[in-house]
Design a protein around this ligand. Sequence first.
Ligand code: NOJ
Length: 403
Amino acid sequence: MVGAVTIRFVVVAPRDVRFERDFLWGTATSAYQIEGGASNTDWWRFERQAGSPVAETCGDACDSWRRYEEDLDIVASLGLDAYRFSLEWSRIEPRRGVVDHEALAHYRRVLEGCRARGLAPVVTLHHFTLPQWVADEGGFESPTIVARMAEYAKVVGAAFGDLIAVACTINEPNIVAAMGYLAAMFPPGVSDQGRYVAVNETLRACHRAMVRALRAGPGDYPIGLTLSMAQYEAVAGGDGPLEDFRREMEDEYLRGVDEDDFLGVQCYTKHLVGPDGLIWGGDGECTDMGYLFWPQVVGYTVRRAAQWTSRPLLVTENGIGTEDDAQRVRYLAAALRSLEDARRDGVDVRGYFQWSLLDNFEWVLGYGPRFGLVAVDRSTFARTAKPSAAWYAEAVRKARRRA
Ligand code: NOJ
């Protein structure tokens, strides 16, 4: 006799997320790219390795570890709602299991500094860098990495849960994997398809563990990851490679998003894909990253994300690396138009964060491409707002009036 079989469908009920405002207008940075002196990281070491692909060392970056008040004043002066920045894990937990309370006190001052200026702090826990001790354990290939990241998230949640407005667990995990394990341009400098796929899976597990750790702590803020997305377009013979490439870069992540409170979409350009894979640049106007000038990617990617999930979206990064600030204004204007069109068509986007507040350390390209609304003198660290900063502030004022 066959007994009754009960089939249970496990439905993860979406949380009722509350963003602090209807729409968050902001700008974004990351710790390693602006703070300076983050010498206890895998990146610091990678830059100094023999044969390193990194154009120049990060060094003092924008000296924002010391100048963060000035940075926050600038964000507030632009009339924005939110500031997205990241915490440097290697400062918070410089050695395994050792929490640096001075580092926690520092970041608490940054969060309080946001709140004092009426800015919602959007906090990223992992933005590309690992503490050296974590890298030495094997980084994203270590059997302990999921637990380590969850423990770190628990520390962050306990310390700052009362102040965080939005938490991003891992910034662009797909880029961490692609650049670190396929292109060999980020630490650990590996090029291996199998390891790349495995690391992507591990990063998704890390994210889920971090979400659980943050949700178990104080505060009730939306938690999600931020994904690098692009408009991929096949040229002759590129259809199959496009599907393969995008599956690993986007779809495998988008599949899991419904368990989160939101998805952060980060987008810069359109990539062409041919029979041999991704083609850098293309015919037409390019940026100093060598990317096609393709601001309409914002509308494209949020629409694509919305086909996978009904969770709210935040554009957690979008911008252009260029010496030509007039090109930046043209880019932002078109990007915001495409965002507005998508929202008008019902895509649930709750915020837009321009990348970046400051000209900063652009990873393997060093201080070459300039993404900032604000220029930073490389010897005095003096900040000078570019015309695009005033343009963006005015664009935000006008968008609010239209809303
Ligand atoms: C995405 C990354 O999150 C950020 O660190 C980088 O500087 C920008 N894209 C521009 O390339």
